[in-house]
Design a protein around this ligand. Structure first.
Ligand code: TRP
Ligand code: ZN
Length: 882
């Protein structure tokens, strides 16, 4: 693999000088030598005379090349590592190339590869160039016809995008199927699958009465695990009709599940390819969280059919055009399926735990990045999830109706085109009748803005004066930022927690009890009038903007908000702030060796939340769960992960101890009365019950261990069985090892459950986990080449076990760095995700900082792929100047 040091810039965009109206592909499948013929119907763009034709192509063995049916002599073209250049071509012609590729050797899982003997493709972002010569860029749209020929016995199912138009019986036991996709599409949406797979069918009738065949393809032994995904697909199809007026457009919708996949799933036109983790579910193999994730990812890929496929990206700098918007759509869909408030809290937790650190680290980039070395590294939390927050803010500013008008305009104006984030925003501005020019800075400026609020009540005039300020820290390449256009949803509460009428000075409209203030300057003051008493501020309701809120709330106000705020997000957030304050004090004590016992714990407020019958069980579980260790690490100047870990454990142990009687009573009350069923109400109940169990074990009462053992043995579902096992492992119970062995014995033939087995052990607290992870890497079931398995063991260890990864002797860093180096040769995309665990090294206390730096230097010397090198180089680059 070449060390590609080229950097691509957003400003360098040029339209492609050729149109590829049609392409006919012909695949002769063979694991070691597949032949691909591509026939491109080319037309020169009239405004680009004289420009040569360049086609991307990587690691392709060129077998033949013909122009308009005649062999092209060698002096007429140039073939190098990047592709094919042909200078003198007529304005219209048919170019045909035949190449040979080796799918069995493809461990990068990009292009055409094999997963358990099934051929499949992954072309986004730039995988198609590993299959055939083609302009591999999203703004070249063509009509694809695909003929697949393969051995009938080994690969009875042959699939590609669109509709099947011809079947062939051929000599030597081979057969062929030809597919035609009527919709012009960029090549990153191309897909091919060939395998011995079970087909599970159903159908969906669209709002306008068209019948669509739905087909899932899975390995035969999984055929009883598709029901949930199928229902999710139908719900998503209906939802997009109702909420956005979007119907499906082909006669067939196919989903294939494979075990080897770099990401979650892929929205190829009419033929989605999924990581099997986001399709397969049965009560005894999948948890409630898995069921929810499946629903969300199925919906996400389905929604791409309009936001991504019908309207696609002009270039990869516009990635958030489809990803941010589609995440926003899947979040809205999920919120309608489960408890909306809890879903919002989960989304914010993810944003704070993963996107905020990214936005504060060496890889910080705008939602619309300015440059990249490896585009695969920009499928990030920022592009996806901050991108979704940006869309959500547009909806807040325009209102639901205005937003819907904007979406309608976007769909009518740009259907069939490859466009930019600016094009999207222009539709929103036009349909919403709003100036969104300043708002556009959310796309161009990186970093998480800080919002500071100061409220002052004047008793004699009955006025509440709210001063809002914003700032944004520097990020790589962006030392200074301009103010954002920032929607701040708020309410003022009286002592009983009721929302007060909000009248701003000079207001004439009837006062609402909740409103959205728009902050556009660095500092603005808002004066609320007619307030008989000092109100409590309920600020940034529903997390109306992705900012860090810095608000000098007193602890009493936070406890009040936690108990009374009518906005569930703000309730939760007040609890998070309270817990954070306590946890940071505890962390200080553990670092300095002071007595942690003297730090007061918010037990009373948490008991009230735990027992609040008005709140759903899932919300109560969220209210009790303190911020994670990575979030806490972001709150201090110099990180000691060991101290943070001990502080959090101490907090959980003590709070759980104080609440033990309530936890035990609730645990019994919340017991299930019927067989397992995945439903929001049931999942909500289980989440609180399993929190009770976990906390009881953390409280250190040995008699509670039998509760967990009992639950492990009697559970009729994976949610409860895994929760019990995790609680035992996390509390270092003596029973844990025997049950881990039992768990492996029960599920050894279910790959996705074996992943859970690896992940559970990699996440176990305690420094000895490192030795356990090293041992597990030699387990016969461990496969470095399988991304799910690799992420389960090393991803979990590096990203979700701060105390063990950051072991003070540096052994965690060495273990991960060695594996990254090995993995870099097999699968650069997965290696790059793993190496990003080193990104926050500069924030560590001096000893760990130096140990991490050494490993980054080792990685820089030992790695080859542009994927890993981009991350490592950026991590090591000079710190941004404040
Ligand atoms: N577009 C896919 C999504 O729905 C992301 C994706 C799938 C992907 N496979 C990939 C991105 C491989 C890069 C490389 O979000
Ligand atoms: Zn997507």
């Amino acid at each position: 693999m070449a060390d590609d040091t080229r950097i691509f810039h957003r400003g360098d965009y040029r339209p492609y000088p050729w149109l590829v109206d049609r392409v006919e592909l012909d695949f002769h499948l063979d694991p070691r030598a597949t032949e691909v013929t591509g026939r491109l119907h080319l037309r020169r763009r009239p405004d680009c005379p004289g420009e040569p034709l360049f086609l991307d192509g990587k690691q392709l063995e060129l077998v033949a090349i013909r122009l308009d049916g005649t062999k092209l002599p060698a002096h007429r073209f140039r073939h190098d590592d990047e592709g094919l250049t042909i200078p003198d071509l007529p304005a219209q012609c048919v170019l045909e190339t035949t190449v040979r590729i080796d799918p069995a050797a493809n461990t990068a899982l990009e292009g055409l590869y094999l997963s358990n003997g099934t051929f499949c493709t992954q072309c986004e972002a730039q995988g198609f160039r590993h299959i055939t010569f083609f302009p591999d860029r999203p703004d070249v749209l063509s009509r694809f016809t695909t003929r697949i020929v393969a051995d009938r016995k080994q690969w009875p199912v042959l699939l590609a995008n669109g509709n099947p138009i011809r079947r062939e019986e051929l000599a030597d036991g081979r057969h062929g199927v030809t597919w035609e996709d009527p919709f012009p599409k960029p090549c990153y949406l191309f897909a091919l699958v060939a395998g011995d797979l079970a087909e599970i069918g159903d159908s969906f009738t669209t709002a306008s009465g068209r019948e669509v065949a739905l087909r899932f393809y899975v390995e035969h032994h999984h055929r009883d695990k598709v029901g949930h995904a199928m229902q999710a697909l139908k719900k998503a199809m209906r939802w997009d009709e109702e909420r956005f007026g979007r119907e499906y457009d082909l006669d067939i919708y196919m989903v294939v599940a494979v075990d080897d996949f770099n990401m979650g799933a892929m929205e190829n036109k009419g033929l989605n390819v999924f990581n099997s983790k986001y399709v397969l579910a049965r009560p005894d193999t999948a948890t409630d969280a898995d069921y929810q994730a499946i629903e969300e990812v199925i919906a996400h890929e389905y929604f791409h059919n309009w936001t991504g496929n019908r309207i696609t990206c002009r270039d990869w700098f516009q990635l958030s055009l489809k990803e941010g918007l589609t995440v926003f759509r899947d979040q809205e869909f999920s919120a309608d399926q489960v408890h909306r408030d809890v879903k919002r809290i989960e989304d914010v937790r993810l944003l704070r735990n993963s996107q905020f650190p990214e936005d504060a680290g060496p890889m910080a980039h705008p939602v619309q990045p300015d440059s990249y070395r490896q585009i695969n590294n920009f499928y990030t939390m920022t592009v996806y999830h901050k991108g979704a927050e940006v869309i959500s803010m547009v909806q807040t500013l325009l209102g639901t109706d205005g937003f819907r008008r904007g979406m309608d305009l976007y769909f009518t104006r740009h259907d069939g085109q490859a466009v930019t984030c600016d094009d999207f925003l222009a539709c929103m501005a036009e349909a919403g009748g709003r100036d969104l020019a300043q708002f556009g800075r959310w796309y161009s400026q990186a970093g998480t803005p800080r919002l500071t609020a100061n409220g002052r009540y004047e008793a004699d005039s009955g006025r509440f004066i709210l001063e809002l300020r914003q700032s944004c820290p520097p990020t790589p390449g962006q030392p200074q930022k301009l103010p954002f256009h920032l929607p701040v949803r708020l309410a003022l509460l009286d002592r009983a927690g009721r929302e007060l009428p909000l009248r701003l000075e000079g207001d004439t409209a009837a006062p609402a009890t909740e409103r959205v203030l728009e902050l556009r300057e660095e500092k603005q003051t808002f004066v609320f009038i007619n307030l008989p008493e000092r109100p409590v501020l309920s600020l940034l309701r529903g997390f109306s903007a992705p900012v860090v809120l810095d608000c000098p709330f007193r602890d009493e106000d936070l406890a009040f908000l936690l108990a009374h705020d009518s906005d569930p997000f703000c309730r939760w957030d007040a609890g998070q702030t309270l817990a954070t304050r306590t946890l940071l004090q505890l962390t200080d004590r553990f670092r300095s060796g002071d007595d942690p016992e003297r730090v007061p714990l918010p037990v009373a407020a948490l008991r009230q939340a735990l027992l609040d019958e008005r709140a759903t069980p899932a919300l109560r579980a969220q209210l009790l769960t303190p911020p994670g260790e990575t979030y806490l690490a972001e709150q201090v100047d110099e990180v000691d992960p060991g101290a943070i870990h001990r502080a959090r454990r101490f907090y959980l142990g003590r709070v759980a101890g104080a609440l033990a009687d309530d936890l035990r009573r609730l645990y019994r009350q919340l017991a299930d009365t019927a067989p397992y069923r995945y439903a929001p109400e049931e999942a909500s109940r289980r989440s609180l019950r399993n929190l009770c169990l976990t906390w009881l074990l953390l409280s250190g009462r040995p008699e509670c261990q039998t509760l967990a053992e009992e639950q492990y043995h009697t559970a009729d579902n994976m949610t409860d069985r895994l929760a019990a096992l995790r609680a035992l492992v996390d509390s270092a119970s003596p029973a844990a090892d025997a049950l881990l062995a039992d768990f492996h014995r029960r599920y050894r033939s279910e790959a996705l459950v074996v992943d859970k087995w690896f992940a559970l052990q990699a996440a176990a607290p305690g420094e000895a986990t490192l030795e356990r992870v090293a041992t597990l890497a030699a387990h016969p079931d461990f496969k470095l080449k399988n991304p799910n398995r690799c992420r389960a063991l090393f991803g979990t260890f590096a990203h979700a076990n701060q105390a063990a990864f950051h072991r003070p002797d540096g052994a965690g860093y060495r273990l991960v760095a060695e594996r990254v180096t090995e993995l870099d040769r097999l699968n650069p995309q997965v290696a790059a995700r793993l190496v990003s665990a080193f990104n926050r090294w500069r924030r560590m206390e001096p000893m760990r900082r130096e140990l991490m730096r050494q490993q980054l230097e080792y990685l820089r010397a030992g790695c080859h792929s542009s994927d890993v090198l981009e991350i490592v180089d950026k991590a090591l680059a000079a710190e941004t100047k404040a």
